[in-house]
Write a protein that binds this ligand. Structure first.
Ligand code: SAM
Length: 222
């Protein structure tokens, strides 16, 4: 039975993988991985010996047809990314859409992703929220921030250590400087930390403490 499995992998702590994820990664005919070297380390850790091919943002268009051909010939294929859930600010969407067009079964296993623990840690309303992923770096950034300034749901951004201060400064320009923000860093890792306070306080905090690691910003526009 051909099928595409979307398999979440840990965002830091290697204990955060499900039994079913490991079983599926062992049993499929092929694993597609964003960075084969990163994933081989992970696969070895769980004693998974299987065929691995690369599938990332620079080859995903080119590889689509050959992957669909393999699936149509009866392959079971698993897609993993470097961390978290494929398709969430990572490659995956194109392949899932192509499988749907070709009547190929898809199964996304539940598992690690950075946005959910950051949201729940924040103490901000989680009944409705807007996941924005990464803000555009240049083109479209101002337009997006203007659009978001009319929003009143909890907003979640992904950010890198190099741009976190720029993004916090931009948020302070488009929203009230007293807006509440919760910034989770290095989730599930040794140096996990969540800063909670106003946008202005967070800017002061990260000016003093050099931002390091991976960040999720959870933000209340009100
Ligand atoms: N697919 C991943 C997911 O499901 O969350 C997201 C991949 S995206 C390329 C990488 C971004 O996710 C990082 O820049 C950071 O914003 C966030 N992220 C991933 N792991 C994280 C962690 N352990 N702690 C905080 N943020 C993390």
């Amino acid at each position: 039975m051909s099928k595409l499995f979307i398999i979440p992998t840990p965002i830091g702590n290697l204990g955060d993988i499900t039994f079913r994820a490991i079983d599926t990664l062992k049993s499929v005919d092929l694993i597609l991985a964003e960075d084969t070297r990163t994933s081989l380390k992970l696969l070895r850790h769980y004693n998974i010996e299987n065929n691995v091919e690369s599938y990332h943002m620079y080859n995903e268009h080119k590889k689509l047809i050959s992957i669909i051909e393999k699936l149509n010939s009866g392959f079971e294929i698993a897609l993993i990314s470097d961390a978290g859930t494929p398709g969430i600010s990572d490659p995956g969407f194109l392949l899932v859409r192509e499988c749907i067009k070709n009547n190929i079964m898809i199964e996304c296993l539940p598992g690690p992703t950075a946005l959910i623990p950051a949201l729940v840690n924040s103490g901000l309303p989680s009944d409705r929220f807007l996941f924005e992923g990464f803000l555009p770096v240049k083109k479209g950034r101002t337009k997006r921030l203007k659009q978001l300034s009319a929003e009143n749901k909890t907003i979640i951004f992904y950010e890198s250590p190099h741009r976190i201060l720029k993004t916090l400064n931009d948020l302070s320009s488009y929203f009230s400087k007293d807006s509440y923000v919760s910034i989770s860093r290095e989730l599930t890792k040794i140096h996990e930390e969540t800063f909670r306070g106003t946008i202005n306080d967070s800017i002061e905090y990260f000016k003093k403490k050099k931002p390091k690691g991976e960040f999720v910003i959870v933000f209340s526009p009100n």
